[in-house]
Design a protein around this ligand. Structure first.
Ligand code: CA
Length: 229
């Protein structure tokens, strides 16, 4: 198995220490920094496989860093923050984070989410098929999705969600089913995650996101992805 490199961006020394001890114990390579400014330098110089990002940093908001990263990379980003209100979670996910864990956190849960996020980036590497649906085309081997022949800029979660839809076209998928398949076991009730991501995907692939042709809402049940868009 590949030896993954995790970058920690955390200004709280005790949390940073806990993460470092945990990663050492579980044999994850890791690098860490305390500020937004150093985070970008470290990212560019080490090319990590996953980011753990605190939001309240000494030189600014971690969301700004996440937005900068999303301009240049699809790397999985897990937010680790003491902020636990829904609005802040949605803002972080909208900025491009893939996962959000609130402090105080369980080390085992954090490790499980890291594994899930890393699994996503590796599971497609062995596949080579392409699927075409309307004006959308997915290449599973290169993890690329094209819309009207242009490559879509997607975060890892957006990619996983669209991939799941494309593998299950014209089927009604329940909210719980989608959450479990895309986010993982334990996420079945996180409806706001799903709503947020469906909205961002619609903005990217629908002519009119209020009257969608591809991602149809099945009221009270879930969604159905149609290819005759
Ligand atoms: Ca902090």
């Amino acid at each position: 198995m590949k030896n993954y490199l995790i970058q920690i961006v955390e200004d709280d020394p005790s949390v940073k220490k806990l993460l470092e001890i945990t990663f050492r114990e579980y044999e994850f390579n890791h690098i860490s920094c305390e500020s937004k400014k150093n985070a970008m330098m470290l990212f560019l110089s080490h090319n990590p496989d996953l980011l753990i990002v605190d939001l309240g940093l000494s030189d600014g908001d971690g969301k700004e860093f996440i937005k900068q990263i999303r301009e240049i990379s699809k790397i999985p980003i897990v937010v680790l923050s003491a902020r636990h209100d829904e609005k802040e979670i949605i803002l972080a996910l909208d900025a491009g984070a893939d996962d959000y864990i609130t402090k105080p956190f369980s080390v085992n849960e954090l490790l499980a989410r890291i594994r899930a996020n890393l699994r996503r980036i590796t599971s497609d590497a062995t596949l080579s098929s392409k699927i075409v649906c309307g004006e959308i085309e997915i290449d599973l081997a290169s993890r690329s999705i094209f819309f009207k022949k242009e490559q879509l800029k997607l975060t890892p979660i957006e990619y996983e969600l669209l991939k799941y839809f494309l593998l299950n076209t014209n089927k009604t998928l329940t909210h719980q089913q989608i959450l479990k398949e895309v986010w993982g076991v334990g996420y079945q009730s996180e409806m706001q995650y799903l709503r947020t991501y469906v909205n961002t995907l619609r903005k990217k692939i629908e002519q009119n996101s209020t009257r969608p042709n591809y991602i149809k809402t099945e009221s009270g049940i879930g969604y159905r992805f149609c290819c005759n868009g």
